[in-house]
Each structure stands twice: as C-alpha cells, then as structure tokens.
Ligand binder design. Sequence first.
Ligand code: ADP
Ligand code: ZN
Length: 709
Amino acid sequence: MHSLEQSLKHYFGHDQFRAGQKEVIQRVLENRDSLVIMPTGGGKSLCYQLPALLKSGVTLVVSPLIALMQDQVESLQDNGIPATYINSTLSGDDVRSRTTSILEGEIKLLYVAPERLLSEQFSPFLDEVAATIGFATFVVDEAHCVSAWGHDFRPEYRQIRRLRQRFPRVSTMGLTATATRRVQQDIIEQLALQQPAIHLASFNRTNLYYEILPKDRRSYPQLLHHLKRQQGSGIVYCLSRKTVNEVSDCLQVDGINALPYHAGLSDVERAENQRRFIRDDVDVIVATIAFGMGINKPDVRYVVHYDLPRNLEGYYQESGRAGRDGEPATCTLFYAAKDIPRLEYFIEQKPDPNEQRIARQQLSQVVDFAESTICRRQILLGYFGESFSNSCADCDNCRHPKPKSDWTVEAQKFLSCIARTNQRYGANYIIDILRGSRKQKIKERRHEDLPTFGIGRDRTQDEWRTLVRSLLHQDLLRETTDGYRVLKFTTESLLVLKGNHQVMVAMPQQPRREQTEKSVLDAASEELFEILRQLRKQLADDQNVPPYVVFANNSLREMATRKPQNLGEFSRIPGVGAHKLRQYGERFLAEIQTHVNASTPQRQRQAPTFWQLYRQGLDLSAIAEVQKRPVQEVADEVGNLIAAKGNINLRQFVLPAKQDLILQAVRQKRITNLEKLKSQLGTGFNEWEIKLVLVWWQQKNQSSTAQRI
Ligand code: ADP
Ligand code: ZN
C-alpha cells in the first residue's frame, strides 16, 4: 500500500503536500462533497488531480476557459498522466477519437467547458461513461462562476447542478480563489453540495514581498530602473491602453524585452503576445487589467502596478499573479497622490450614485493601503476579514519600520473637532476645519466659529491624514462603511480625549528603495542554471509547450546546486516524478556532466564561451578581445542570436542613444539598406552597430507581421 506522499512524488515529483492538500484529497477519496477555497498559487489543481489517479473511473473537470484547459492538460500529459479535453476547438474526428479512448478506459481526467457538458450531443456520451467505466468525481474549477455575487458570473455554470441530479452518487468538488463569504455560500447552494467538507485556506501569500514606491514626477525612468534590477518574468499593470503602448515601446527601446497586452489589440496579437510571455520569449508584459484572467504561468517573479489600482480585491488578485510556484516574488505599487483624480474621474462617469459611492470608498481603501505605515499584509488580509498579527517581516513597512512619535495632542485636537461637529463628517472636512480652510461649506455651517477652527495649521494635510489612518487602525476611531465614511467614536476615543491614552504614530519619511533579493546561487551554479534554462527552453519549444511545463525554476535551481551525477540522484530533485525522470533525465544529466567537466581546473584555462562573457556584462569589443576573435565575427554571432529571438540585451552592445538614432533613420526615413543607413548616419557609428539594430528591428517586425496574418 502506497502512502499519499509516495503517490505525490511518483506522479508529480513533489516531496510534500502544501497546507490543506492532503486533508482535501482524503475527503475526495472518501467520496465526500467538498469546497476548496485557496488563494491563487495555493495548489488547488493537485487536490483533484491526485485523487483522479487513485480512484477508478474518469474525473470530469468543468473549466471555464479554453486556454486554461489546454494548459492544464499539457502539464498533466508532461507528467505522463492520461488527461484530455473536449471543447469547441476540436474537429469532429478529434472529438470522436478522444471519446473512444475515454470509453476504453485510457483517460483519467477529462476537461470540458460547461456549455458542452449539457449539450444534447454530449448527453448520451455521459450516460455511456457512467454505465461503463464510471465517473470518479465531478470537479468544478473556478466555481465562483456560478455566483452572481462573484466577479465572473457565467450563467451556463448554473446548469452544472443538473449533472448532480443525473448522477447523484458521484461526489462533487468545487474550487475557487474568491475570498468572500457570500460567494462561498452561493457555490454550496448552486452546486447543491451535500454537507461539503470545506477547506478555507489563509489568503496570506507568504512568498510575496509587498512594497510601495513613491512615484516620481518622471516616473518612466524610475520604472526602468526598477525593472532592470528584476530577474525572470514580470507583469507591469497600467491603467490605460495608451500608457500600456507607450511604456512597452519605451521599454523595448531601452533594451527590455517587453510586449503590450490590452483589449485594443486584435485577438491574434493578444494571443501571440501572451504566448510569447508564457514561453519565456519575452520577459515583461505591459498590460491593462484585461491581462491575467486564465494565465497560468507559475513563475512570474514580479508584478508592478505602475498606476493606482481601483480596489484592494483587484490589487490582491493582480499582484497575486506573481509567485504561484511558491518561490519568492515581488509586488510593487508605484504610488502618487496625483493619480487619484484620474480614478475619481472614472468614478464620476458611473451613472448610478450608489455605485459611485462604493467605488469611492474602495478607492480610498487603496489610498490608505498605499499611504499606510503599518504592515501591508495586515491591511490586505484585513480586507478579506482575516486577522493577521502585527507584522510579517516581508513588506516594506515591516522591514523598515518608521519610527513612531507622540501625537497625543494632535489626536485630542482631532477628536474634539469631531465631537464639536457631532460625529457627522468625514476626515477631509474635519481636517479643513482644523487647518482653518476658507471653504464655502465651512462658512455656511458656521464652523469658523468653532474653538477648534484653525488650531491645526501647524501640521500639513498629509500629516493629519496619516494621523486619521493610524487612529482607525488602532481602533481609536471608526468610520461608517456606507460609502460616506463618517467618522465615529469608539469607546477608546474618549480615553484619548481624557488624556488617559497615549497616541503613537509613525509618520512616513521617504520610503527607502528595496534591493530585490538576488538568487542565492554561487557563480558556477548560476551559470549552470542558465545553461539548464536554455536546455529547458529548447525541449519546451520542440514539444510546443511552455518551459515551466518541462520543469519549474526551483527544480532547475536544485539541479544547478546539487549537480546530480546519475538517474538515482536526479530522481530526488523536487519536481522530478517517474515520468519526467524517463523523459528528461538523460538529457539534463548529460548537460550537467558537461558543465562539471568543463569547470574542473585543468579545463578551466580554455577560452571562456560567449555566454560566459556576455553574462559578465562585457561589450562586443571586450568579448572579441578576450576570445581573440575579430569583432566582426562576434557581431555576426550576436546578430544570429537576435534573429533567432535569443535572449540578448541589445543595450549591452549598442548604446540606447545610438539605438534611438538608428531606429529613427529606419522608421522615419524607411531606410533598411545597410549601405544607405551608413551614409545617412555618418561616421559616429560602427557598421556592426547599425547591423545589430537593424536585425533587432527586422526580427521584431517580422513577428508582428506574422501576427497580423
Ligand atoms: P492554483 O490553481 O491554486 O492557483 P496550482 O494548482 O496551479 O495553483 O499550483 C500552483 C503551483 O504550485 C504549480 O506550479 C504546482 O506545480 C505547484 N504545487 C502544487 N502543489 C505542490 C506541492 N505539494 N509541492 C510543490 N509544488 C506544488
Ligand atoms: Zn508586513
């Protein structure tokens, strides 16, 4: 009898279950209904995939997005697990051959879209499966789609319960990453789950580092500087399509491999840009929030919000697309108070005043989050009703706590002003009174006559706002949640007024910039890691799958540090299951062996490779000199790499300013002939500089013409 852990290693290569997985799996094996609520990256899929392999019959998975379905099936097949999908992209022949292999018992997991599931044609097939090999479990992925309260309601999901009525003995499992109670209750009702085992995981994503950077007036150089220090894949979210286009154009010119994504692009272009991101052909996607739904890329290392998000739920979901693989990842929000009016403008366009009010409150929650001096996690998790103790050590505020000072007197001034206006106003109005504002409303209400009028001129508006936020977080004050945000006393407020409670507040200074954590590999392992990454990319491209399907980053990292010498050692690398061992073991071992041999002392005196020198940051003539080759020859090699979409940073070889001038000549004057360009540009340019930029431009243009076809 195998333990669940052994099966986990055998099929998926993982050594341990993540929190909650094992319990859920046991319930499924007992044929109980269940509801699994885990944040993105929590490892939901395994909760039904492993039982599917251990139970007899077919596990039927309902999934809303075709792209997601294909992705899941590819990953499973790469682990040697018999899975398939049936959806509208398949030809009739394909569908027939797939249904045949299902009925022959060759398939353990079948993915379908909800509309197909309940169609007339599909019905006899379901009966046939039930009568022959049987169903193991019904799985409803993204189960919040059944709920009109969720953010992604799909009416066809409501029909799924009919399955339940037709096959009452098959247990059903719902999975979602949506945190609100209302949606959870709705899922249970809509799917008719019977006494379900509910697993509600914490929404704390412990591997994510949260930071807010004050956005400079010239924000683009700041973004560029930030991105240059990041490694791996990343997403930059912007508010508008226009910003997306501008930022991604600029990044390309500045040598960062970036592509845009927004609803204004054609379907083909969007799909292609997304594909190139998933396949690691580009490092950065610059996108509106349209990007991300249904993207399963587990190794996104950083998410940047270049503009202010509209609400905290959105921010949590978008930033949560980083680090699904559980490896450290960074979430950075660029914050400037001057972005607020733009969002307010959007809100004013909403026709319904009630909606406007709610949107305003949501926006101010985001502002509070950005301006706060307390733990970012505490605020985010608090938003989902989860309490979180004082600090996390993994956000900017916890790593660099701001010193606190005594603000008791100011707090008393503030509270007494609230008392004198009968707890009927919001923070901004109270601050206006304290600062002696001449606004019309204050005059009309005769609040100029209050003894508190103007007694707070010695503090800035920002300081007062920080004080209010702090009072709210410390429960020394509360505000109504109806969208009006009226400030009200708590029992504690009176203690402050009476002088029985000292108020300590951390006033923000300029937050320090974070140094992102570099990976912990030594130089030699770093190099091997890079080599293995290239092998992974090649194997992935050969099979037409994304690289992470072959191996996750942490598997490569372990290979690079442990340097396994034989299949036995290789099998102990996390992420290496039985199937991957057979499929890839030899190839990776050979590469590791070559590398180990090459770095033994006697061989080390050999000339370093191009890649080694490139990674050391050498420019073209330096590389040529070290390798004792003609510059022209090295330039040709680089040109070929660029043409083959290799991961080359052009900046290292051609100064950005020069790139700009060359591109200008190419784009505006439409010169693509090398000789003509040379004479146009004059003596300041090497021939190979022009050539490299030209190749880069052609490569880029080719792929975008290819997209348009
Ligand atoms: P979710 O659907 O909850 O967002 P996934 O099921 O896609 O999450 O899993 C996220 C990542 O975590 C995947 O890369 C998966 O391989 C990995 N993973 C899941 N369970 C484990 C585990 N027990 N050990 C290591 N990695 C795991
Ligand atoms: Zn924290």
